[in-house]
Design a protein around this ligand. Structure first.
Ligand SMILES: [Zn+2]
Ligand SMILES: [Zn+2]
Length: 300
């Protein structure tokens, strides 16, 4: 059994279902409406009649047929009625996130934040479900990452940027900890010394999931954003680093603070200046902190 088949073989299900069979089951509008009705119900399980009332369909046998097809893999039938299984929830969640249906556009707009290199105002743009923060003046990219279209709904531009900032931080820290943000499979960390991706760096981190092949690229800096010593360092300088857009931290969008000490084994030094102090990290090839220290910055 490959990993996709293993995924389709829901833990609670009585038999293993092939992915094609699972997808074909939800390739029908009525079935999607049934899943959505269960998702939108204030309380589940829902009795048959209550569920039937919530789905626009002409005849009861037709409804019965579609519900029957969903039951087992996507819907659970109990004595108290019908409720969504995790697989059913995931289908509705993907619809809500907009990946299947919506193609909202967002015209490029100025973020109000300054470029870490030249100081001009950064531009945010959205295309193909990717949000990018870029300097149109000097060309420095400040990261381009997936942002599901559902994240644009009911949000102002500033709120979109806030949500994007939080999403990138959390997904990257999760990936660094070895957990795939898409499927929770094992994620491999690799350091790559060449440019050419969405980052303006020569050294980048590549995370690849061994199970679903989801990949993310990152600067070394972003991987440090959840380090307690870093959070404390900023707090001592009066800054809640958790709320600062990562693209406003030069060490998160450039190589400027990173020094490669050796490649076999990997040893990296990071030095993060703030006010009259510097926070220094030594990292291994998996970006685990081997050492960290704070010192006063050298005068001049
Ligand atoms: Zn610039
Ligand atoms: Zn994965």
């Amino acid at each position: 059994m490959n990993s996709l088949e293993a995924m389709a073989c829901a833990r609670e299900s009585e038999h293993c279902m092939q992915p094609a069979e699972a997808f074909s089951l939800i390739g029908d509008e009525t079935r999607v409406k049934i899943l959505e009705a269960l998702w939108n119900a204030d309380e589940t399980p829902l009795r048959f009649s209550a569920l039937y009332d919530r789905v626009p369909i002409d005849t009861s046998p037709q409804f019965n047929y579609h519900l029957d097809r969903l039951t087992g893999q996507f819907v659970r039938k109990t004595d108290a009625g019908y409720e969504l299984r995790t697989a059913g929830e995931n289908v509705v969640r993907a619809i809500v996130a907009g990946s299947f249906t919506a193609h909202p556009r967002l015209e490029p707009f100025e973020t109000g934040d300054e470029c870490t290199r030249c100081g001009e105002v950064l531009t945010a743009s959205y295309e193909d479900e990717q949000l990018a923060v870029t300097c149109r003046s000097c060309g420095r990219t400040h990261g381009e990452y997936a942002f599901p279209p559902g994240g644009l709904l009911d949000r102002s531009r500033n709120e979109v940027l806030d949500a994007f900032n939080q999403r990138v931080r959390h997904l990257h820290c999760l990936a660094k900890d070895g957990v795939c943000p898409e499927c929770s499979g094992r994620m491999r960390t690799e350091l790559v010394r060449e440019g050419g991706c969405c980052l303006d760096t020569d050294l980048r981190v590549e995370y690849v999931c061994e199970q679903c092949r989801h990949s993310l690229c990152s600067t070394v800096g972003i991987a440090l954003l959840d380090q307690s010593s870093l959070v404390a360092f900023y707090r001592d300088h009066g800054i809640d680093v958790g709320t600062v857009p990562y693209w406003q931290l030069n060490w998160c969008v450039s190589d400027d603070s990173t020094t490669v000490r050796s490649t076999d084994p990997w040893r990296l030094d990071m030095s993060i200046p703030l006010g009259d102090e510097v926070l220094e990290f030594t990292l291994d090839g998996k970006l685990s902190v081997i050492e960290s220290q704070r010192r006063e910055s050298c005068p001049g």
